[in-house]
Design a protein around this ligand. Structure first.
Ligand SMILES: [Fe+2]
Length: 340
């Protein structure tokens, strides 16, 4: 079991050593790998506690959370429990846990939705970890049919789309649902940018990396005058492809792309496909920002079966390069849940 405060073991090596050092310096990552014995005892105990009933990830989320958190608290090493506890409080950007239990997995539900009751172990683990992180899982009515778990899969119907269901188009550096206001602790999260994105990895045989960069690193790539401009409310940010109209909030008009949270930390909102200026000058600022983002390095996580990843969607940007998915039964499949 290892922990790195700056760069995760396995984060891909930079071509430019200086850029990599800068990115690693900005990104605060915690990584732990479970021993096989710990993994197996957690799997056995969750299976025993979930085998007697049918548990759906929406209808029975609280029960799955309770079972998962109980078993994880009993068996995870103290160091891992402390890391989960500290993630939010310490303002870390990314936490990764490797070698979590797996179960029998059905074929990848490439059209987006599958039988949730067939996945009691991964749902108990996922919601249990969210609970131990001190977070609340939630969904919004206008996205993913209002379901808590989003199957991040290469959906053939999303070909060409920059969406969590896309594959063949690069999804450039962005934050999720950037067209909403930033939320504050203790509020109903559904009207705000999702604070945290959490993922459990079912399969990633195509070895597609999930790339993450600290907003602090992005800021270092911006000319100070451009940063000041992006901190002014001169921009329009629309809803991403994943939002189902007409119920979704459509756009944020007259917003800044950068600001600071209550602790003075940088946060950002951006989606290249939906962000624009309100006049030629601010349009030019968006183009300059986009160009600067192209120099951002970040860190790449090639998630494997049984990996869990959480990152702060206010204080990091993320991207996924274009890839060629495997055939449907074994295509890439991550399970994502918003949390606040
Ligand atoms: Fe995203």
């Amino acid at each position: 079991m290892t922990e790195s405060l700056l760069a995760a073991p396995g984060a891909e090596v930079a071509t430019d050593a200086e850029a990599a050092a800068d990115a690693a310096d900005a990104l605060r990552i915690t990584h732990h790998r479970l021993d096989d014995g710990v993994r197996d005892v957690i799997a056995k105990e969750i299976a025993e506690r979930t085998s007697a009933s049918v548990l759906d990830s929406d209808d029975n989320q609280a029960i799955l959370s309770g079972i998962g958190a109980h078993v994880l608290r009993r068996h995870l090493p103290g160091q891992v429990l402390d890391a989960l506890d500290a993630f939010r409080l310490d303002g870390r950007h990314v936490l990764k846990l490797s070698n979590l239990p797996t179960q029998h997995f059905p074929p990848t539900p490439v059209h987006g939705y599958g039988d949730e009751s067939a996945l009691p172990l991964v749902n108990a683990l996922h919601f249990g970890l969210v609970k131990l992180l001190g977070m609340t899982p939630y969904a919004v009515a206008y996205e993913n049919r209002g379901r808590l778990i989003r199957n991040v899969v290469p959906n053939p119907e999303a070909a060409g789309a920059t969406s969590s269901w896309g594959a063949d188009s690069e999804f450039f550096w962005h934050t999720d649902n950037p067209h909403l206001p930033f939320g504050e602790p203790g509020t109903d999260p559904r009207g705000y940018v999702p604070r945290y994105l959490t993922f459990y990895t079912v399969r990633n045989e195509e070895r597609v990396p999930t790339e993450v960069a600290a907003v602090d690193e992005v800021v270092r790539h911006l000319d100070p005058a451009l940063l000041r401009a992006l901190e002014r409310p001169g921009f329009v940010v629309g809803a991403p492809d994943s939002n189902d109209f007409p119920d979704a909030p459509e756009l944020l008009d007259g917003t800044a792309l950068f600001d600071r949270d209550e602790a003075g930390r940088n946060r950002a909102r951006y989606d290249a496909g939906t962000t624009r200026g309100t006049d030629p000058a601010t349009d030019e600022q968006v183009r300059a920002f986009h160009t600067a983002l192209g120099r951002v390095h970040g860190a790449a996580f090639t998630l494997e079966t049984g990996d869990f990843l959480v990152f702060d969607n206010y204080r990091v940007v993320h991207r996924r390069r274009a890839f060629t998915p495997d055939p449907a039964p074994t295509a890439r499949w991550l399970r994502r849940c918003y949390a606040s």
